[in-house]
Design a protein around this ligand. Sequence first.
Ligand code: ADP
Ligand code: SF4
Length: 692
Amino acid sequence: MARHPSHDILFEPVKIGPVTARNRFYQVPHCNGMGYRDPSALAEMRGIKAEGGWAVVCTEQVEMHYSSDITPFIELRLWDDRDIPALAKMADKIHAQGSLAGIELAYNGMNGSNLYSREVPMGPASLPVATFTYDPVQTRRMDKTDIVNIRKWHLQAVHRAKRAGFDLIYVYAAHALGFLHHFLSRRYNDRTDEYGGSLENRIRLLREITEDSKEAVGDTCAIPVRISVDELIGEGGLYKEEVEDMIGLMADLPDLWDVTLAGWENDSQTSRFAEEGVQEPFISNIRRLTSKPVVGVGRYTSVDRMASLVRKGVLDLIGAARPSIADPFLPNKLSEGRLDDIRECIGCNICVSGDFTQSPLRCTQNPTMGEEWRKGWHPERIKAKASDKSILIIGAGPAGLEAAHALGKRGYDVALAEATTELGGRVAQEAKLPGLAAWIRVRDYRDMQLRQLPNVQIYFDSRLTAGNALEFGFPRILLATGATWRRDGVGHHHTRPIAIAEGMEVLSPSDIMQGCLPAGKRVLVWDDDHYYMGGVMAELLAERGYDTIYATPASEASTWTRNTMEQHFIQRRMLEKGVSIKSFKVISHISRDHVTLSCAFTGREERVEVDAVILITARLPNDSLRLALEARSEEFADSGIESVTTIGDALAPATIAHAVYAGHRYAEELDAPPLPDGTLPFRREIAQLLNA
Ligand code: ADP
Ligand code: SF4
């Protein structure tokens, strides 16, 4: 398969200062929850991006000096020479694949409370720190000595970055993360000296640091500047016209402009709230202001769109974080014209949740992400089968589909039985809910792959019983039958069913997804699940004209989505759609014609008259088949059954990412020799003890 000539433009080399990118695919800096704790895992992950064809592969933000740390977030550090080897390992992995290595030097300033170093954070102004968690800490206002010092520290970090082998050394002034952004934005900079006030003054420090860096290493390394074109809060913060003027004033000083939106939540919006290319209206003029190349992101997965961005002169390099996580081999696949093989990002931000939960990043679409070193998994390659024993997979949701796909790639004969007439399980249903259409890509990618695997047979309309499974005689049976939302109120708060009187209509998300809508007009959605489903249900019902009350024991709607940076967007949308939100509310009981809510703190009760209650609390595994099979385990040997395994939501309901991972793990580990007792199923890196 050859690529279409109109896409050739994406494979032209691009000169970035003294270095040259071999094509236009550029993995911009992105966090990953591994950072300084898991350096080898991180190096391997970045190396695989380079192997997949990304011409430039960058680090996440790298703390350049101990006096500004972003604890509890786990990023990289370049505090002294001892940090160089971990970074050099990454640069080496990237170079080994012929790509350029970029490093994003960061000094968080007022974005870090310095919980680790206990230094006093500093910024352009005396203000409360601007962290995600309202830390009770303020910054001190930087004086001239601080400015001299910070320039010196940046320069030291630049020299260290060069010694570590990096080809692009960033000056980071974006996302409202870091002192340079804070100096640029009127929102944080109220200074009256030569570093505050006018545009020229506010960019002074950015200019000085860029000049320092260029002077130090500019003949060998490129110095990109990363800046945010808009903070989306009007003229109180950075806005497009003002930032265009700033860029105009420094036009050709950096070797590359990396343009973004601020804060991070606006730049990395989920598909629920933003289409591909949400940045485009903000960055379309930048290319005219400079002769230097421009890179920008937009969760781009459409190759035509990418090529047209270059052709129209909007971007020189196609930046990507999430599309490179979902498919580290995206550039190679495009280069070979294998468009159907691309594992498109669904825009769910589960990857981002790794950073917010200080755990190694994971991806809904790419189950190997973060496991490249820990488990030796590769996004494209998987070891050949180790036996000729076939597998019957029951259930074609994310878990069953991924298992079928990965087992099929290993060469096993697989039969995939699905009760309904479509693939996808929960994804097929949830993708029909407001804002979640892109999630269908979880199914579509695997559907496309399975079509290329003659050793995987799919059987629709096949709700299997234990009798069927025994009859068919497959040596391995994999149960991936999913889960169903419960209707008894059991969840985080109530661990026993709540009292529900007859007469009140009580529905679950499963009912609603199957088309069963409340009969009356007034509905109460009670969310004790706290991820997206409660908010989505409230949104759907409000859209359909119901008087919708959303109540939750938490302080806010869909509170876990803080980890996907969506909470603010979700609550705003719910309010805009007329949903009335009641926080800190627990359902005490459900009567025939009303619900009694109680205050989570005082227990004080309140009566809410509604016609229906939608309970979003927890799910029950669909385990009837498993139980029926277990009851007949004595017949396994005669039927030739060696193993029956349950995975995904059928075992323990969780996210779609968990289910995809479970399917992949089953496939990777099938026929592997058992691990010696006490061995961990993954590698980990342990800090060396000092003799002090
Ligand atoms: P997961 O997220 O774990 O993959 P899903 O709920 O998305 O789980 O998918 C489960 C799939 O299994 C659904 O498509 C469902 O129709 C199918 N299924 C459930 N029970 C059976 C059965 N007995 N036989 C065949 N398919 C089944
Ligand atoms: Fe995209 Fe979701 Fe994967 Fe992140 S976790 S890369 S948003 S599919």
